[in-house]
Design a binder for this molecule. Structure first.
Ligand SMILES: [Zn+2]
Length: 162
């Protein structure tokens, strides 16, 4: 399964992206707008977009409404338009195994309460996310990319560890 990584402004400013096998990096238009204030960062982000490493999408209106409601529910009123769009996208794609990369505590808090997976970025740079591969049936683990379990012949899936 393709892993969808949603990046907020903090993540895009600190995390170097590369074309990952089976990974899709996405963000929203408001996030891009915030980053474009910095000329150097703008050039980097433009390069990501042009080479399809990063995709910019617009979350559906109903998820924007839901994101705002979720923020209000916990008394979070400091969210920027970019924050709201990132949350909306996370809600929209939660059924597709999306994970949000963010260092923003308000976003992390709302994601946490709603059981949507996220990863802090700067901690991740220090303790790099490592992929490990595990058999769905017998639980055997592999360090390198494996598709079929050598022990039982079942499907091996990739899991992130950090
Ligand atoms: Zn197995």
């Amino acid at each position: 399964m393709t892993k969808i990584i949603i990046l907020d402004t903090s993540a895009l400013l600190y995390l170097p992206l590369s074309k990952g096998k089976g990974e899709r990096h996405i963000t929203t238009y408001s996030v891009i707008k915030e980053i474009y204030k910095d000329e150097i960062k703008k050039a980097v982000i433009d390069a990501y977009i042009q080479t399809n490493i990063l995709k910019v999408v617009k979350p559906k209106k109903k998820y924007i409404v839901e994101a705002l409601r979720k923020a209000r529910e916990i008394g979070e009123h400091r969210l920027s338009k970019a924050d709201v769009e990132v949350l909306a996208l996370a809600i929209q794609l939660r059924g597709e195994g999306a994970i949000v990369f963010t260092d923003d505590y308000a976003i992390q808090n709302i994601l946490h309460i709603n059981n949507i997976p996220y990863l802090p970025v700067r901690r991740q740079i220090k303790r790099k996310l490592k992929w490990t591969y595990q058999c769905e049936a017998c639980g055997e683990t592999y360090n390198s990319e494996t598709e079929i379990c050598e022990k039982c012949g079942s499907k091996v899936v990739r899991i992130g560890k950090y």
